[in-house]
Write a protein that binds this ligand. Structure first.
Ligand SMILES: Cc1cn([C@H]2C[C@H](O)[C@@H](COP(=O)(O)OP(=O)(O)OP(=O)(O)O)O2)c(=O)[nH]c1=O
Length: 211
């Protein structure tokens, strides 16, 4: 991680996802520390996908804060977390680890519209949690048997919400996307920078001389 800038707010990314770190970097922001937070991601009975995404993001941030509170090295600061949920109507799709689960997701997504909700949560030094939600509607082409078999063979679906990663081969399936592309990948940058700026984090400080 970067050497902390004196006087700048400490930023902790409560995530083990390399994509979330890469998206923050795309926005010119390098967290001071990573603190992945494992939580139970099971939806509550009847819970809406949007509610789930926001709740899990807040729970990840709270869990990271709980771990940090026990660390004498912890200097306080902001804790950022996110959660991505893919849904067809009210039906929440899994994050497949098995090929059959991934195949079932692709079958559901083929030739129709679905929504991706990414909740972002930011906890400030006083322990106050703010959340934002990015909702994106995507339409996939009708997937041929060859598309499905080749995609399952790629392994790119493993551990991804809805069994696909739009930033990879599944980008070829997208007929239409309305909303936040970065939200689909896992961290909606517009919403995230809005939260950070709201807490006084200098969001443009890393923008100079990027090339
Ligand atoms: C839909 C979609 C999801 N994903 C990924 C983003 C997330 O890593 C994952 C959804 O799972 P999440 O539970 O949101 O995150 P995670 O467990 O991978 O990471 P964290 O440590 O932050 O909790 O799916 C893509 O990379 N591309 C996509 O197009």
């Amino acid at each position: 991680m970067s050497a902390p800038t004196p006087g700048r707010l400490n930023l902790i990314l409560a995530s083990g996802s390399p994509r979330r770190l890469a998206l923050l970097d795309q926005a010119g922001i390098v967290p001071d520390r990573l603190m992945p937070a494992e939580i139970d991601e099971t939806p509550k009975r009847g819970e809406l996908p949007r509610t789930l995404a926001a709740r899990l993001a807040a729970e990840k941030a709270a869990k990271a804060l709980e771990i940090l509170a026990r660390d004498p090295e912890h200097r306080g600061g902001l804790v950022l977390a996110a959660d991505t949920v893919v849904a067809v109507g009210r039906r929440i799709l899994p994050k497949p680890e098995l090929v059959d689960e991934a195949a079932a997701c692709l079958k559901l997504l083929s030739g129709r519209s679905h929504r991706v909700y990414t909740g972002v949560a930011l906890v400030n030094a006083a322990g106050h949690v703010r959340t934002r939600l990015a909702e994106t509607r995507l339409r996939f082409k009708r997937l041929s048997r060859e598309d499905v078999e080749a995609y399952l063979g790629s392994g790119e679906w493993r551990g991804k919400a809805g069994g696909y990663a739009v930033q990879g081969l599944a980008g070829t399936f997208v007929v239409k996307l309305v909303g936040s592309y970065t939200g689909v990948v896992g961290l909606p940058l517009y919403e995230t920078l809005g939260l950070l700026a709201g807490e006084g984090y200098p969001v443009h400080a890393g923008w100079a001389n990027r090339l």
